[in-house]
Ligand binder design. Structure first.
Ligand SMILES: Cc1cc2nc3c(=O)[nH]c(=O)nc-3n(C[C@H](O)[C@H](O)[C@H](O)COP(=O)(O)OP(=O)(O)OC[C@H]3O[C@@H](n4cnc5c(N)ncnc54)[C@H](O)[C@@H]3O)c2cc1C
Length: 423
């Protein structure tokens, strides 16, 4: 907010110093402000997905992604508006047509061609992120298109310094703006590229064993070096990149389904699509690169001592490691939900951990209608719900229903922690 205020003050001070009464003056001011605020929000967008561990631990990747998605339309709309309104302003000032003015920009103004290509790429990536379209696309296709955002911002950068009234003839403002952008690029490169590479080289993970847990579910036990130095809490996940010929180019998020027992660490995967099915066929010795650990759905996030953990199907993976990381005083009530008993993944080890913590395990098996819905089962199985933190993991619909039910049952929203297993 402070940054936004600084940008607005800077913009108003410099843009309004130009004469608003001349032809096109007002449009030039409005277009300039839209551009400045749009670029600032684009920078915030980059920071939201830069995976800075300290921020990630507080808000969780889920929370930061939600903000990133909510904010997403604003910079693109503002930068689009900036391009249109500024072109109109120049056309008014030179008494020419808007299209003619646009052609003049492309031909004669420094860095304008690059900025226009940048804006086109940004709009394309923005459209690909519209929920209805995104849902029809493979995640990998969307991801490649989304990468063009970085190129788009790089292409747009130079024209701001070369042409923006806030910057032309103001070397200090130019230097500050360039520094802020360079630092943001540095943070993104450091945390999204450098740190994962360093961590992967340090721990040298590889597949030790793949074994079946339930129909369509496998556990992958991995070995690595220095795993005791991997600061990981129950409930966290990594983006796993299995370095085979077919899979090396995609990283998918899977929770650790047990806390590391050096030299071992484990993930448990339900086969849903291409990647998760291929994971089941991994051979021992396959090398693995990791990004993470990420996630804020950890025991450390508790408001209360006592907890209730609600797992929808494969959602038990992260809650099982939460369970392993909880103190005895948490007296956990664990609710496992699945259509059939066979689909209660990690059932025995979960029961064992619950017993060790003097907790209670409820298995809700059968069609959805048989449980009466989350409001009913929470009310029935957890009499002291408002005195507990609620942890929920699983498929989107399930998690959303449980979270909605906690609201109607009077649970403080700060005591509800959830991870949705989709993007
Ligand atoms: C934080 C988190 C932790 C997860 N932990 C586990 C786990 O412990 N065990 C497990 O079996 N599954 C887990 N998942 C879900 C798992 O990531 C997806 O099932 C997997 O990536 C599917 O990929 P696919 O190519 O096999 O299937 P696809 O057919 O590509 O997708 C199937 C479903 O998975 C979702 N998905 C696909 N790719 C991704 C991605 N890169 N990021 C997020 N969601 C994706 C899609 O929304 C889709 O609904 C987790 C997801 C998240 C976000």
């Amino acid at each position: 907010m402070l940054g936004l205020l600084a940008v607005v003050i800077l913009g108003v001070a410099s843009e309004a110093s130009a004469d608003l009464h001349v032809r096109g003056g007002v449009a030039l001011f409005v277009g300039g402000m839209a551009g400045l605020i749009g670029m600032y929000l684009a920078l915030v967008q980059l920071l939201l997905i830069s995976r800075i561990p300290q921020i990630e631990r507080i808000f969780g990747q889920d929370g930061l992604l939600r903000w990133h998605r909510r904010l997403g339309p604003w910079p693109i709309t503002l930068l689009g508006a900036h391009a249109v309104i500024t072109t109109i302003a120049f056309a008014q000032a030179s008494r020419t047509g808007v299209l003619h003015q646009f052609a003049v920009f492309l031909r004669s103004y420094p860095d304008m061609l690059a900025a226009s290509v940048g804006l086109a790429l940004m709009i394309m990536a923005g459209i690909a992120s519209v929920r209805a379209l995104r849902k029809r696309m493979r995640r990998e296709t969307w991801w490649v298109i989304h990468l063009y955002m970085y190129l788009a911002l790089a292409l747009s950068f130079a024209h701001v310094l070369a042409l923006g009234p806030t910057f032309v003839g103001h070397p200090v403002t130019q230097a500050v703006w360039a520094f802020v952008w360079a630092s943001t690029a540095g943070v993104v490169l450091c945390y999204r590229v450098g740190l994962p590479i360093a961590r992967s080289l340090r721990h040298r993970l590889q597949v030790a064993e793949v074994h079946r847990e339930a129909p369509g579910v496998v556990s992958i036990v991995c070995t690595g070096r220095n795993l005791d130095r991997l600061r990981i809490s129950g409930g966290q996940f990594f983006a796993w990149r299995f370095l085979t010929r077919d899979l090396w180019w995609q990283a998918h998020p899977y929770s650790v389904s047990a806390l590391p027992r050096p030299p071992y660490i484990r993930l448990t995967v339900r086969q849903l699509g291409d990647h998760s099915a291929a994971v089941a066929r991994l051979r021992p010795g396959t090398r693995i690169a990791i990004e993470g650990p990420y996630g804020a759905v950890t025991p450390g996030a508790r408001l209360h001592d006592k907890v209730v953990l609600v797992a929808g199907g494969i959602g038990i993976t992260s809650l099982r490691s939460v369970l392993e990381d909880l103190p005895k005083s948490s007296r956990p009530i664990v609710i496992m939900r699945a259509p059939t008993t066979e689909q209660l993944v990690l059932r025995d080890e979960t029961a064992q951990l619950v017993r060790r913590l003097n907790g209670t395990l409820h298995e809700l098996v059968g069609p959805r209608s048989s449980t009466g819905g989350p409001r009913r089962f929470l009310h029935r199985l957890v009499p002291d719900l408002s005195e507990r933190d609620v942890y929920v993991c699983g498929p989107q619909g399930f998690v959303e229903d449980v979270v909605a039910a906690t609201k109607t049952l009077g649970v403080d929203h700060r005591a509800v922690h959830y991870e949705i297993y989709s993007w």
